[in-house]
Ligand binder design. Structure first.
Ligand code: XIL
Length: 433
């Protein structure tokens, strides 16, 4: 247990980190809020005991990094090949983990025979591929990335040109309908990158497609955000807005291929922000990182993952685990005390302590000492809102400022804050009434 003592103008702040009740692995920590924490897995690493040890210990969802893609599963037209994919699926399921299927239809990593096709022949080949692969894995897949990366980068907000797109704009919905028929129990996702920033044209384009699909009854259940970040493409500050707006369309959202280039506390902070963004949206059902150790990454030189090349936990690991455990990160204190006046002679002290946390709200408790005749001012920061109180009578000076007085219940009261993705603590200050 570590203690942090800091001082701010006019207020003493005393803090300590929580000790018990915290989960010690990513998967277990995510499960506390009904979420999962997954990783991409490569079949050719399943003989590496360090790799498999971390996989089995930390993660409860698995995505095949390459083995379920079109070139892997249908190397020759009409000849399906599931050996490596099965190795990953069986390893995961034997360990009680679930599987995200990735990906049924994509312009990239197509088998050679498909790259050269066009028109109706290509459309039918694509639909047959979707049907065959989704049928083969029926009942074993939590969610399928039915279509991957179909939108263009840049300012157009429109579709990416590809052989599949040239078969007609309805190719995406046709793929989703085929997948639904083949495996009615799997969630069906659209998955893409550069869709994290709400003001980005590509994000808006995908949003409009999902809105259109929902309004016309095209079967779509989820949207995947790949989340490959680096200094040129940083974690956007409006990430929770993006996730929340998509979720409001009536789909789950998932972070599907997370990696963030960098190191140390800067990398850890960005991982913390992504994790908090997911936790702030009730329908953000889980996070998958795109590999286990930095050396396993498709961008290994950027050291973008949660474990170093030797399999040690990085600072980023600790920050993600901390957020999953308590919503705010490992170094966050659990109490803060403000003292007004002279505590020895007629002043009072208000101590704020964290209560329960949920994806959309948290509780706070305040204990007052020094007087039974107190007035405590609680200030929350936008977009937070106090939505309930207990053991106090409360009035509001403005939407952000609550004045609490005794109501005969003693000197401890509490309140619930709807946080809108802002996990900052309210500030409390006490005056003698
Ligand atoms: C990457 C794999 O990690 C690499 O091993 C492979 O060479 C190329 O594909 N978006 C996706 C993933 O949807 O399938 C990609 O995976 C990374 C970008």
């Amino acid at each position: 247990m570590s203690a942090i003592v800091a001082a701010t103008a006019g207020a003493a702040v005393i803090a300590a980190t929580p000790a018990s009740g915290a989960a010690s692995t990513l998967g277990a920590a995510a499960q506390q809020s009904g979420r999962y924490f997954g990783t991409a897995v490569a079949a050719n690493k399943l003989g590496d005991s360090t790799y498999v040890g971390i996989l089995n210990r930390e993660f409860d969802m698995v995505t095949a990094e390459n083995e379920m893609k079109m070139d892997a599963t249908e190397p020759n037209q009409g000849q399906f090949s599931y050996g490596n994919a099965d190795r990953i699926v069986n390893q995961a399921r034997n360990q009680g983990k679930r599987v995200r299927g990735h990906a049924l239809a994509w312009h990239s990593q197509q088998p050679g025979w498909m790259q050269n096709m066009s028109g109706t022949a290509l459309r039918n080949a694509m639909l047959n591929h979707v049907t065959q692969v989704a049928s083969y894995y029926r009942g074993k897949i939590y969610a399928w990335d039915v279509v991957n990366e179909a939108f263009a980068d840049g300012s157009s907000g429109g579709r990416r040109d590809s052989n599949l797109q040239r078969t007609g704009n309805d190719w995406i919905e046709a793929a989703f309908r085929a997948a639904r028929s083949a495996d009615p129990g799997a969630k069906l996702c659209y998955n893409d990158y550069n869709t994290d920033n709400w003001s980005h044209a590509k994000t808006q384009g995908v949003y409009r497609m999902v809105q259109d699909f929902k309004s016309r009854g095209v079967p779509i259940d989820c949207v995947g955000f790949q989340a490959h970040f680096n200094s040129g493409n940083p974690v956007p500050s409006n990430y929770h807005t993006t996730l929340g707006n998509f979720a409001a369309l009536g789909v789950d959202v998932q972070i599907t291929e997370l990696d963030i280039e960098g190191s140390g506390s800067s990398q850890a902070q960005q991982y913390q922000g992504v994790t908090q963004a997911c936790l702030s949206v009730a329908r953000c059902t889980g996070i998958t990182v795109w590999g286990i150790r930095d050396s396993d990454s498709w961008r290994a030189s950027g050291t973008p993952l949660l474990f170093d090349g030797s399999g040690n936990k990085k600072a980023a690991y600790n920050s993600v685990l901390g957020v999953l455990n308590n919503g705010t990160g490992t170094t966050t204190p659990t109490t803060t005390t403000t003292t007004s006046g002279n505590p020895g002679g007629g002043g009072c002290t208000a101590t704020y302590s964290e209560g329960e946390k949920w994806s959309d709200r948290f509780n706070g408790n305040v204990t007052v000492s020094g007087t039974d005749n107190w007035v405590v001012t609680v200030t929350v920061s936008s977009p937070q809102r106090v939505i309930a109180t207990w053991n106090t009578s409360a009035t509001w000076g403005s939407a952000n400022v609550m004045t609490a007085r005794p109501n005969g219940s003693g000197n401890t009261f509490g309140f619930t804050v709807q946080h809108g993705g802002n996990w900052n603590w309210p500030t409390v200050s006490c005056q003698v009434g």
